[in-house]
Design a protein around this ligand. Structure first.
Ligand code: HAM
Length: 420
């Protein structure tokens, strides 16, 4: 039987892997420019870690890859990065006192969710994320908004909008949940089966149900925002003002609650816009308090977001394909017209490698010039050098620039100087 890759996974090679590398480099450069440092955590963790981020969330209850290892430890392939980074910050004592703050971290790596694969949705996918630990201030929320906006803009994505909301504190949400549970219980027969179940397990998730009847019912409910305390409302308003004065395109979406349980206060997503419709979510994040073991006496809160790399790449390819322009063409193609020419080409090649010049040596010295021309075309080499016996005798070769068609005649030693 021919074995194929598991459903929802990808093989990355040739141009595709170059796109991933290009994005990774770009995201790294933006992160460093905002003073974030790189963190890498294991791709599997004790499953218990993720139970803490929402036992009732789909991500944890339905989509997590959980398995027992040979010593019967219950492990999980990470479905997201926030909990793992928080575990690492705590385990490695990165925050010991107030002076350790702010701590700015970013990560890039594979995540795993057992979801139904479709465009932009995989079972193994990559996320880039940032997590910022600091005292609580809307300026930190705004910093990561600015970063997310810069990434999207600099990548050349044109049609997008920030959806933002505040979901308040646990206390505020509990008050709200009590209220909507009362209303929805009185109309339970109108709810979808999924939402009936969620009424007991996770009523807030009913707000972003995709079921038409649920949507109608939800539109009659009071909004969570109406339940915010004055302090929570002011915090949110400050962020909105900052976005406004920096011309960041946003919409307040009172139904945005996000799919993980750890958030408090500010939450946001960036979605692609297509005329009037909101399509794929490119990134999501928000403020959270509860998942990092609070270090004694340190007044700390956290905020972060994560981007789905596959979705980011798809969108860039639509809006700004030149972002992936391959500028890693070979500097020099070397073809030989005799065996001795090939032997000389190989030793010249080694000298060029010493200078980190990208070269391609063709070993087929029995071919005519025409063959070499078509090979150069296919490889998009910037320069070509065809060596024949007479060239060696005269110690004179000709390097041709493949785009200007200009040729330069020089001695073999001068070839090294030419690429300096
Ligand atoms: P999330 O919204 O679950 O948030 O995921 C963030 C992004 O990952 C999504 O917007 C989407 O682009 C991408 N994504 C999610 N699932 C898939 C999938 N199956 N295939 C492809 N892409 C996917 C989090 O994970 C939070 N940890 C974000 C965060 C960081 N919040 C605070 N800090």
């Amino acid at each position: 039987m021919k074995i194929q890759k598991p459903k929802g996974t990808q093989d990355l090679y040739e141009n595709k892997i170059k796109e991933y590398k290009r994005i990774e480099e770009f995201l790294q450069q933006v992160s460093y420019s905002y003073n974030y440092s790189l963190i890498e955590t294991p791709i599997f963790e004790n499953a218990e870690l993720f139970l803490g981020i929402g036992e009732e969330s789909d991500i944890v209850s339905k989509e997590m890859y959980v398995f027992n290892d040979k010593s019967d430890r219950k492990l999980a392939l990470r479905p997201e990065g926030t909990a793992a980074v928080a575990r690492s910050v705590s385990e490695n004592k990165m925050i010991t006192n107030q002076a350790s703050l702010p701590l700015r971290l970013f990560y890039y790596g594979d995540m795993f969710r057992y979801e139904r694969p479709q465009k932009g949705r995989f079972r193994q996918f990559k996320q880039y994320g940032v997590e910022l630990y600091s005292e609580k201030s809307p300026y930190f929320d705004f910093e990561i908004i600015l970063m997310a906006d810069r990434i999207i803009k600099q990548a050349g994505i044109k049609n997008y909008v920030f959806l933002i909301n505040s979901i308040g504190s646990t206390e505020t949400r509990n008050k709200y949940i009590t209220e909507i549970k009362k209303i929805l219980t009185s109309k339970i027969s109108e709810l979808s089966d999924d939402s009936k179940r969620r009424l007991n397990t996770n009523p807030l998730r009913i707000l972003d149900s995709k079921d038409e009847n649920d949507i109608k019912l939800v539109s009659t409910l009071p909004t969570l925002r109406e339940f915010l305390t004055a302090e929570e409302e002011n915090y949110f308003t400050k962020i909105v003002e900052l976005m406004e004065s920096n011309s960041i395109k946003y919409e307040i979406d009172s139904k945005l609650v996000r799919g993980l349980d750890y958030y408090n206060d500010f939450v946001f997503e960036v979605v692609e816009t297509n005329n009037d419709s909101r399509t794929n979510t490119i990134l999501g994040g928000g403020r959270y308090e509860s998942i990092i073991e609070n270090v004694k006496d340190v007044n700390m809160s956290s905020v972060g977001f994560a981007i789905g790399i596959e979705r980011l790449i798809n969108k860039i390819k639509e809006d700004n394909p030149s972002f992936f322009k391959d500028d890693e063409n070979f500097d020099l193609y070397i073809g030989s017209l005799s065996e001795q020419a090939l032997i000389d080409a190989i030793s010249l090649g080694e000298k060029l490698h010493n200078k980190n010049i990208n070269i391609y040596i063709d070993y087929d010295y029995s071919r005519k010039i025409k063959y070499h021309f078509s090979k150069v075309d296919k490889l998009s080499a910037k320069h070509m050098l065809i060596i024949g016996d007479s060239d060696l005798e005269n110690n004179s070769v000709s390097i041709k620039n493949t785009s200007t068609k200009e040729s330069n005649v020089m001695s073999i030693d001068d070839v090294l100087e030419f690429f300096n």
